[in-house]
Design a protein around this ligand. Sequence first.
Ligand SMILES: Cc1cc2nc3c(=O)[nH]c(=O)nc-3n(C[C@H](O)[C@H](O)[C@H](O)COP(=O)(O)O)c2cc1C
Length: 334
Amino acid sequence: MSKINDLMARGTELLGSDYAILCGAMSWVSERHLVSAISNAGGFGVIACGAMTPALLDAEIAGTKALATRNFGVNLITMHPQLFDLIEVCAKHRVGHVVLAGGLPPKGSLEAIKASGAKVICFAPTLALAKKLVRSGVDALVIEGMEAGGHIGPVSTSVLAQEILPTLADEVPVFVAGGIGRGEAIAAYLEMGASGVQLGTRFVCATESIAHPNFKKAFLRASAREAVASVQIDPRLPVIPVRALKNAGTEAFTVKQREVANKLDKGDVDMMEAQLEIEHYWAGALRRAVIDGDVENGSLMAGQSVGMVSEEESAAAIVASLVQQAEAALHARG
Ligand SMILES: Cc1cc2nc3c(=O)[nH]c(=O)nc-3n(C[C@H](O)[C@H](O)[C@H](O)COP(=O)(O)O)c2cc1C
């Protein structure tokens, strides 16, 4: 067994894949084609449910099953109003792995997923919450730093890894995400105790990704410093920062926040509705860029590793080069 397989053993056992390299769910991007291509290449693809209805998720899982020869997972957002219906759809299809994103799992959700026989993987933003999730029975954790694309927390990947891996890596498999563009970084996190990694940005330009050619072109051109975090303009309206390439859409988000903050002031919406309106805005803006190709006004969610995306290549080629780089790094260290 090679060293990378050794270090990833708990991750690959949990996922049932050749390599514990997850392609993190990306709304609009992580649909049947990319998900099946990643899993068929030996990694682990995850469908992004995002704001899908149960019927749409049902169709997407069926479509992915038709293309995938290996395991794949489904990412559900905890604040989705129909979360429990979505869990039922996953159970109906006997999806083996459900990834819960977007905040602490609501009461009963972990139990409902586990009752279906699926493994539950949760995002852990701090050590305290990670410990709580482990006590609640999650099967694995993802720790994602602020270098990542999409919605982000405030702490960097390297700091989260140092805080969480020494304490929890022996208890459950931990997958490290955020800012990983090459295999050398994968090797380093495996040596620190991670059981695997999750990448998003690096897979956007896979040949099998249905992202619009304009979206892919923007990724191929961009450097790390262009992937910036959104700014909260009103202290009364907390918004989760989103990392994306800077464009006219970045300014439009400022305008949107003002509009929602005004509605909040007038009492037209409560805080929960205000935050949901912001999330719907992002989903729409991302669709505009990923599907319609409007890279000026849509949202170009991307992580800082975007500077390491230099060509369109197959999912299998990306997985192979990450593995080869990680192997070489581990080998060089003896
Ligand atoms: C375009 C885009 C869309 C994303 N959408 C989601 C999502 O819907 N749900 C989620 O949990 N994470 C989402 N993410 C985060 C990824 O799943 C992954 O954790 C992240 O991209 C890893 O960091 P990296 O971009 O530095 O590789 C998204 C990321 C990107 C780039």
